[in-house]
Design a binder for this molecule. Structure first.
Ligand code: ADP
Ligand code: MG
Ligand code: MG
Length: 252
């Protein structure tokens, strides 16, 4: 078992008005084989948490820690995070002109594992994973994300998840812009990665819709840069019925 541990994390960004604190003390422990949903209103800092785990340079960690099996994640470069077993969808460029999907996947897999995958099994693995995600075979020869629709980009994201076999995946609004069919295909891919590789998942979402297909073990409600409430799957059901009003009106 592996553990991703976030302790009392404070994160600021530089704005024209000066430094602004976005995360105000986030504490969260995720083990492999667990699915944690982070839910919360817009602007509560969910993407800031994802981007900080990913190592986005814009976000300044002012205090607190992120560790993976005790190793300091904040000291790692983006590449080192991927090698350590973190999958962070946003670290991959939106479009890579002149690089085919096939070459990109093999290069990234080689970098993550520290050795090139065996060509025959790799080609078969890629084909199979593409088939399961209903990605057309000719995508393999297309340039990364060039001209892909929103739904196709999401599928390719999950394709990476299936092939790279990370210990932990941080998925930020993976459900946005997907129709029900695409949502099901993408969710099945996440569920496969969880079942086959004991992946731990941090599933960030504003809406409860994706939680019908990816069942969380834990639900954390994120409000104003902190976790305001935690519970099991029943908390998501409650949010679906009530929305976030009761969290937003506390000071009204
Ligand atoms: P969420 O993903 O929950 O919608 P974000 O992490 O995107 O929230 O944003 C959290 C807060 O940080 C918001 O108040 C947002 O306005 C602010 N914020 C995020 N990025 C920037 C930025 N580049 N410049 C100024 N404020 C930002
Ligand atoms: Mg599970
Ligand atoms: Mg967001």
């Amino acid at each position: 078992m592996s553990t991703l541990e976030i302790k009392d994390l404070h994160v600021s960004i530089d704005t024209e008005q000066g430094s602004k604190e976005i995360l105000k003390g986030v504490t969260l422990t995720i083990n492999t084989n667990e699915t944690h949903a982070i839910m919360g209103p817009n602007g509560s800092g969910k993407s800031t948490l994802a981007a900080t785990i990913a190592g986005h340079p814009r976000y300044n960690v002012t205090s607190g820690t992120i560790t993976l099996d005790g190793e300091d994640v904040l000291e790692m470069s983006v590449d080192e995070r991927a090698k350590a077993g973190l999958f962070l969808a946003m670290q991959y460029p939106v479009e890579v002109p002149g690089v085919t999907m096939t070459n990109f996947l093999r290069t990234a897999k080689t970098a993550i594992d520290g050795e090139a995958p065996k060509l025959r099994t790799w080609t078969k693995d890629v084909k199979e994973a593409m088939g399961k995600l209903k990605i057309d075979a000719d995508f393999a020869q297309r340039n990364v994300n060039e001209g892909f629709s929103g739904g196709e980009k999401k599928r390719v994201e999950i394709l990476q998840l299936e092939l790279f076999k990370p210990k932990f995946a941080v998925l930020d609004e993976t459900d946005s812009g997907l129709d029900v069919d695409a949502l099901k295909i993408v969710s099945e891919g996440v569920n496969r990665a969880q079942n086959e590789n004991q992946m731990g998942t941090l599933l960030i979402t504003h809406y409860t819709r994706i939680l019908r297909y990816i069942k969380p073990d834990f639900v954390h409600v994120f409000v104003d840069g902190k976790i305001a409430e935690q519970g099991g799957p029943e908390l998501a059901d409650r949010l679906e019925e009530e929305g976030y009003d009761r969290f937003l009106n506390v000071n009204a």
